[in-house]
Design a protein around this ligand. Structure first.
Ligand code: UDP
Length: 234
């Protein structure tokens, strides 16, 4: 196993499947992949997005942006609870910690406590993003990844198996990068994660791996250190 501790960023859309909002079946399918990775013995922290429910910048047009973003953060907490439920159904011990406190349903984010959970083999799911508007859960992934001292941030994608020089869903000639530098990814404007988040990873030298979440065994392979997806590094 190459990566002993990782931060996995899951988009909210992974909980949706072909339906709307949170679909228990889709959430279970997702949880199964996470459970397999957890079974390898790697310490797993997860930041879950909320785009399946609400995106402040898109759905909140005509609203105060900060308010729209807080709605989005609440959505990520709903997703975090759904994912926790699906993981515990599979017998994976988990804790949810949120950047906005909702103490009746989840722990508040406490860094040292989160680290302790990881050491004990619990999957820690971070809800509520960063707790601040004007950023996305990609920034939360970079930030929590750094705070948890992870070996890499794993950016799970849906039906895209890495970073391409063009959109592979539209351009069949697009070619995939096996590795990329932060600099090239930023300069070329490639779809790795939000610019704010990637700048943070670049400054702190935290490697990012972009891979396809639903390609069989992909997450496990990444954690084992197999050349899967695209590695973005210094
Ligand atoms: N959000 C925010 N601050 C954060 C994280 C999320 O304001 O630190 C809001 C923002 O409105 C965002 C929404 O929550 O659009 C859902 O998160 P995101 O778009 O990152 O979800 P994903 O695309 O990963 O599913």
């Amino acid at each position: 196993m190459k990566y002993k501790r990782v931060l996995l960023k899951l988009s909210g859309e992974f909980l949706t499947g072909d339906g709307f909002g949170i679909q228990p079946e889709a959430t279970k399918t997702l949880a199964q992949e996470v459970a397999k990775a957890h079974a390898l013995g790697t310490q797993l922290a997860i930041v879950v997005g909320g785009g399946n429910l609400w995106r402040g910048a898109r759905q909140g047009v005509g609203m105060d942006r900060a308010t729209a973003d807080y709605i989005g953060m609440l959505g990520t907490i709903m997703n975090a609870l759904a994912l926790q439920d699906a993981l515990e159904y599979l017998g994976v011990p988990t804790r949810v910690q949120t950047a906005l406190t909702i103490q009746q349903v989840a722990e508040p984010y406490i860094r040292r406590r989160a680290l302790r959970h990881l050491e004990k083999g619990r999957v820690v799911i971070f809800g509520g993003g960063t707790g601040n508007p004007f950023v996305t859960t990609d920034t939360a992934a970079a930030l929590r990844g750094l705070e948890m001292n992870v070996d890499a941030v794993l950016m799970a994608k849906n039906k895209v198996d890495g970073v391409y020089d063009d959109d592979p869903r539209k351009n069949p000639q697009a070619t995939k990068y096996d590795t990329l530098t932060f600099h090239d990814a930023l300069v070329k404007g490639l779809q790795v994660m939000d610019g704010t988040a990637m700048t943070l990873c670049q400054e702190q030298n935290l490697s990012i791996i972009v891979f396809d979440m639903f390609k069989e065994g992909s997450l496990e392979g990444v954690i084992r250190g197999e050349p899967i997806g695209t590695l973005v590094h210094k």
